[in-house]
Design a protein around this ligand. Structure first.
Ligand code: ARG
Ligand code: MN
Ligand code: MN
Length: 355
């Protein structure tokens, strides 16, 4: 080899870092699994919000989920195996101080002041992470907390990108009751109604703090996994032309085709907030949840949904809700399995299984 050729090689290799070095978007041990993000300025940074809140429904125990998920190693895996830099508070928030001594029903809603105050706080927390251009992971808590998570990320996305965000709501339930259509009065069955503006309130103490900047459009909302939808909710879905893929659609087309159709509806240049209710999974995989419904997604289908959304590069926020480790039918194996399924769902949404 002539000296000039060696020189050439050396100079190329010393130049290499500028041309061939991984872009700052790729990092960590499994950096090949990191997808280039379209909407995050710091995709390797993960904002974590952990809220042990159960006031959106009647069963205690869902407040223990963030601790159970973290103790089973979820955050360590995200940091050490997936290479994320984690941001946020070390503690799980319970916000018991925000619950007023007296919280009588309003328009039939149970614990309305507590849910409003806690979700308002969550919105601030999620917003603070999202406005930095970070992906935000929220560990709930019951599904009422999505009032806060989506309000916070929708506002940050509007400010940072001047865009409207889409929401993929994976659930056995539509959670789109208004206070008037709800049979239970549980606010975890109403978050989507408040977030889309189908339900509104003037007073701050009853979600009046939700403004247009926090809201999402019914046109950019897609449901996956529905199988227990109240009559009033069906009417709301129909009248508003909301895109919904039920378990029937998943059986009919397969989850791959359903995800293609879901993403086609949203469009490829839209930031996505994924709100995953663990009861979307069949109770066989996730028995420890407050409102289980048989005939649900396999764990593999749930993971696939998350992988698919991750792969779009459009993901800006993820919620995992309704894990209730204290509701363990028969043995506590149920709780263990449910927590394990929840961890799997989150890791897939954050890019674990992509090669
Ligand atoms: N996030 C949930 N698990 N929601 C279940 C809602 C059940 C019922 N549709 C209700 O309004 O009360
Ligand atoms: Mn549900
Ligand atoms: Mn739900």
């Amino acid at each position: 080899m002539s000296p000039s050729r060696v020189d050439e090689y050396l100079s190329n290799s010393s130049d290499a870092p500028t041309t061939a070095a991984p872009s700052p978007r790729f990092f960590g041990k499994l950096n090949t699994s990191m997808i280039e993000s379209k909407f995050l300025s710091r995709p390797e940074d993960l904002g974590v919000v952990a809220v042990g809140f159960s006031g959106g429904q009647g069963k205690p125990g869902v407040d223990a989920a963030p601790t159970a998920l973290i103790e089973s190693g979820l955050l360590t895996q995200l940091r050490d195996d997936l290479g994320y830099t984690l941001h946020g508070h070390d503690d799980v928030h319970f916000y018991s101080d925000l619950a007023p001594a007296q919280d009588p029903p309003h328009r039939g809603m149970k614990n309305p002041r507590a849910v409003s105050a806690v979700t308002r706080k969550i919105a601030e927390q999620v917003y603070a992470q999202a406005r930095e251009g970070r992906l935000v992971l929220t560990l709930g808590g019951d599904h009422s907390i999505a009032i806060g998570t989506i309000a916070g990320s929708a506002k940050a996305v509007r400010e940072r990108l001047g865009r409207e965000m889409a929401v993929i709501w994976v659930d056995a339930h539509a959670d789109i009751n208004t206070p008037e259509t709800s049979g239970s009065g549980n606010v975890h069955g109403m978050p989507v109604a408040f977030l889309t503006g189908l339900a509104r309130e003037e007073k701050d103490e009853f979600f009046g703090w939700l403004k247009d900047e926090h809201r999402i459009s019914v046109k950019k909302l897609v449901y996956i996994g529905l199988r227990d939808v109240d009559a009033g909710e069906k009417r709301i879905l129909r009248e508003n032309g909301i895109k919904a893929f039920s378990m029937f659609d998943i059986d009919r087309h397969g989850i791959g085709r359903v995800m293609e159709m879901a993403l086609a509806h949203i469009g490829s240049d839209t930031p996505i907030h994924l709100s995953f209710d663990v009861d979307a999974l069949d109770p066989m995989w996730a028995p420890s949840t407050g409102t289980p419904v048989r005939g649900g997604l396999t764990l593999r289908e749930g993971d696939f949904i998350c992988e698919y959304v991750h792969q779009t590069g459009s993901l800006v926020a993820v919620d995992l809700v309704e894990v209730n480790p204290t509701l363990a039918p028969e043995t506590d194996l149920g709780a263990h399995e449910t927590v394990r399924a929840g961890c799997s769902i989150v890791r897939c949404a954050l890019g674990e299984s992509l090669l």
